[in-house]
Design a protein around this ligand. Structure first.
Ligand SMILES: Cc1cc2nc3c(=O)[nH]c(=O)nc-3n(C[C@H](O)[C@H](O)[C@H](O)COP(=O)(O)OP(=O)(O)OC[C@H]3O[C@@H](n4cnc5c(N)ncnc54)[C@H](O)[C@@H]3O)c2cc1C
Length: 298
């Protein structure tokens, strides 16, 4: 494939593309509009030998204030879904999973109602095995079409091959980009009841999670047997602040950007939260949020 004309954007500020609204610039940046554009970008990466970072909608990312070297590739434009008989739906990696929650409920297809409050993309949901209300992405995935970033090889990975576990899947360890996902839902249900369930999940979020300030949802994974939010609350961390970053009053496992926070403020606050839980409970909290680029321990 000829790639001589391919030129990604340079020095694109990622703060506008992440839910925290923090972070420096990507050295190179692109959002392919289709598969051909994605293949072209990946070929350029291989030929140019620059580092590659794949992102979705940026709702689970903490990007360094110093930015990111190499090409940052966002798949958020690869949207669209094809609804097939028998409850099967094929979804582009960039499709917002919350939109799918509404669409499937209105069709009377059960299985995605829980996803209504998750602002990320379908590809990000597979990478993270996103979940809520006792459900997780793995439960509705049949398989995914993926592209190997180092070889350019296309493959279809079944649910088993995707290696789902708590907030993780194989694409976090292997050089696979999720391009499209097959879901299996349960059709033939009462649409009005599914829509009511979606609305109830939405109401619950509004009552229990911070609204109005940029955030990335849960900062830390739940350690076995504990809710990270409960541990952090027991440590008296609600309201704790570093620069423009604050532990949310509504939920101690959320950090909100209340006043032009830097990534370093969030990173330092995360370290303080980990230290407090380690000191009080002897537990080592692991970040759920993905950090991109260099951070400094102050
Ligand atoms: C208000 C709020 C509420 C949230 N609530 C929840 C919740 O209830 N449950 C939950 O699980 N999460 C929640 N999140 C976190 C986040 O929405 C999920 O982790 C989501 O799945 C991330 O999707 P994304 O497209 O934004 O991915 P990004 O944040 O862009 O990326 C996250 C990771 O996925 C990888 N990735 C993204 N797309 C692809 C792809 N196409 N191929 C390969 N790898 C890819 C990236 O490399 C990165 O490692 C919440 C976030 C916010 C802001």
């Amino acid at each position: 494939m000829p790639v001589t004309h391919y030129t990604p954007q340079t020095q694109t500020t990622l703060a506008f593309l992440t839910a925290y609204h923090v972070g420096g610039a990507a050295q190179w940046f692109d959002q392919p509009q289709d598969r051909a554009g994605l293949e072209e970008a990946l070929l350029w990466v291989r030929r140019s030998d620059v580092p590659l970072t794949v992102v979705g909608a940026g709702t689970n990312l903490l990007v360094s204030d110093q930015g990111i070297a190499g090409l940052v590739l966002s798949l958020r434009q690869l949207q669209g879904s094809t609804w097939q008989p028998e409850g099967r739906v094929t979804v582009g990696a960039g499709e917002p999973i919350a939109r799918l929650a509404w669409q499937s409920a209105r069709r009377g297809w059960h299985g995605l109602e829980w996803a209504v409050g998750i602002p990320g993309s379908m590809g990000g949901a597979v990478a993270m095995n996103a979940g809520a209300h006792g459900w997780e992405t793995a439960q509705v995935v049949l398989g995914a079409e993926v592209l190997n970033t180092t070889t350019g090889e296309w493959r279809y990975l079944t649910r088993a091959q995707l290696g789902f576990s708590y907030r993780s899947s194989v694409v976090q360890q292997e050089p696979w980009v999720v391009v499209a996902v097959d879901l299996q839902l349960s059709p033939g249900q009462a649409a009005n009841q599914l829509v009511e369930q979606v609305e109830q999940y939405n109401r619950h979020r509004r009552q229990t999670q911070p609204q109005g300030y940029p955030n990335c949802g849960s900062v830390f994974r739940n350690p076995p047997g504990y809710a990270a939010g409960w541990l952090l609350e027991q440590c008296g961390l609600k309201g704790q602040r570093v620069g423009g970053a604050q532990v949310a009053h509504e939920h101690a496992n959320f950090i909100v950007n209340v006043d032009q926070a830097r990534a370093q403020d969030i990173w330092t606050l995360m370290a303080q939260m980990q230290q407090r839980v380690q000191a009080q409970f002897g537990l080592n909290l692991q970040a759920e949020v993905k950090t991109l680029g260099e951070m400094t321990i102050l």
